[in-house]
Write a protein that binds this ligand. Structure first.
Ligand code: IPD
Ligand code: CA
Length: 310
């Protein structure tokens, strides 16, 4: 089975027809307001995460109590992930009372097609956060009908905020408030492309992901494993890498970043919103001029196949 390219890709379809949603036209003023709120939430939570890191990981003893395992012993959640999500939920209850939230730590659901749902990853790149590797982010998206309408990814250590609105483009704003419009790289051929990818937390899927990396590596310039899928997708938008692919992401990992990539011109292939990680479906975001070649290569090497977690 090859990659489903357009038909079940919520962001790709949206990018080709920016004013269409599952429930009729999306209002540009509404999208702008959702984007403003997503930015506010992501930046506020990022400030909390930044302030808490030295408090929680400043001495080894308190850090032990601050981390618990989730889906596997190597899949961590820290007290700061939980606090940041609770902060976002509290702010949303004030700013958008009654709207749904789907969060990595607190759960929830996407609701029906008429409702806005806020999809939250309070720290994407939790392992980097624990170790102090400066690549972790807060990701907030507003979705409706399985489609991202607006999203923001706040790079906690870098101090940048990436954001996008459906049909309204993508930007990166620095600490001083200066914003630049994002566009993907022009790269020409897959052989000169820098790819970013990531690994799941389960051993079986990782073994297969490692085999596929070995297949892909001779065909590309190089591969990076940065440790935050949300940032990888923003890096495609900013031209810091040429493409990202990963199996088994959760909706909160890509809900904001995939919109940001698509609005910067990327070709994006996604499973339907709400697809669970266990099914192991593939997410791809590619600079547009290599997208056909990359998707064909992924098909040929078997990368397009899902890698379910047993
Ligand atoms: C993880 C990161 C990582 C990706 C994993 C994700 P988390 O998210 O995005 O880059 O490879 O698949 O689970 O656990 O740090 O929120
Ligand atoms: Ca997370």
């Amino acid at each position: 089975m090859g990659i489903v390219r357009e038909s079940n890709s919520s962001v790709t379809a949206a990018a080709t027809d920016p004013h269409r949603t599952g429930q009729g036209p999306a209002d540009p003023a509404e999208i702008a307001e959702l984007r403003r709120i997503a930015v506010h939430l992501a930046q506020t939570a990022a400030a909390h995460v930044r302030a808490r890191r030295p408090e929680v990981f400043g001495d080894g003893e308190s850090a032990q109590d601050a981390v618990q395992a989730k889906s596997s012993p190597t899949d961590p959640v820290t007290v700061v992930d939980t606090e940041a999500e609770q902060l976002i939920r509290r702010l949303l209850a004030e700013l958008r009372p009654g709207e749904r939230v789907l969060g990595e730590e607190g759960g929830g659901s996407l609701g029906d097609d008429s409702q806005v749902v806020w999809v939250v990853d309070p720290i994407d790149g939790t392992v980097n956060f624990m170790y102090g590797i400066p690549a972790y982010a807060v990701s907030v998206a507003a979705m409706r009908g399985g489609r991202s309408l607006a999203g923001a990814v706040a790079d906690v250590a870098g101090g940048h905020t990436y954001s996008a609105g459906l049909g309204a483009g993508a930007t990166r704003t620095d600490r001083g408030g200066t914003a630049i419009t994002l566009r993907c790289n022009e790269v020409g051929t897959v052989g000169m492309a820098l790819l970013a990818t990531g690994f799941g937390y389960g051993a079986t899927r990782r073994a297969r992901q490692g085999q596929l990396i070995a297949e892909l590596l001779p065909h590309v310039r190089d591969i990076r494993r940065i440790g935050s899928a949300a940032l990888d997708l923003c890096m495609v938008a900013a031209g810091l890498v040429d493409a990202h692919y990963e199996h088994g992401l959760n909706t909160w990992d890509w809900a904001a970043g995939a919109l940001i990539a698509a609005e910067a011109g990327a070709r994006v292939v996604l499973p339907p919103a709400g697809t669970i990680s266990k099914t192991g479906e593939l997410v791809v975001a590619s600079a547009p001029d290599i997208a056909d070649e990359l998707l064909e290569l992924l098909d040929r090497l078997g990368v397009s196949e899902p890698i379910p977690e047993s």
